[in-house]
Design a protein around this ligand. Structure first.
Ligand SMILES: [Zn+2]
Length: 180
């Protein structure tokens, strides 16, 4: 196994050990680097923040809440909000890819970009297209098939025609309908 793959696998394995109700029942906040260990060594993360990777992850706050969803970047201060249910029961590879996606948004936020520009629909928003492009590249690199990537992109809030638009916008082949 190549060392980069090994690194990603060890990060994913780490989730499994710590993800069961890490902080009891309330909402809680900690620093990204204290919870998701080893991400500063992941090339896809280094590709986002460059030489500032360790510093950014050390100072980036992560909030764990009970909302029913996956994760997002709070655009008031750029911290990541993660659903505890998702962290506890979601697919580990998808959680990893979501973290890459959200870290990409963190970088956009740091660059002064407007993350939720209402002028665009979700699948046409430039910040989303860029984050998805980057994440899909990482998904391919760690070995996901085109079909698995489509399955990853087909969240319950995205319609079939929106998935068409998104895959077109990020340059991914759309082969068939998939339900997640
Ligand atoms: Zn996004």
């Amino acid at each position: 196994m190549k060392s980069v793959e090994y690194l990603v696998f060890s990060v994913l394995r780490f989730f499994r050990k710590i993800s069961i109700n890490p902080f009891g029942f309330g909402n809680s906040t900690c620093f990204f680097a204290d919870f998701f260990k080893g991400f500063d060594k992941v090339p896809a993360v280094q590709g986002i923040f460059g030489e500032k990777t360790s510093e950014v992850l050390r100072l980036l706050k992560v909030e764990f809440t009970w909302f029913s969803g996956y994760m997002y970047v709070d655009d008031t201060d750029g911290h990541i909000v993660i659903s505890r249910n998702y962290l506890n029961s979601g697919d580990r590879t998808f959680i990893y890819l979501d973290l890459i996606h959200e870290l990409y948004h963190v970088k956009q936020f740091m660059n002064g970009r407007e993350l939720f520009d209402p002028k665009f629909s979700y699948v046409d928003r430039p910040t989303e297209i860029e984050a998805y492009r980057y994440t899909v590249e990482e998904a391919k690199r760690i070995g996901l098939s085109n079909e698995q990537i489509l399955f990853y992109l087909k969240t319950e809030w995205i319609t079939s025609s929106d998935l068409d638009k998104l895959t077109k916008n990020i340059g991914l082949k759309r082969t068939e309908d998939l339900d997640r």
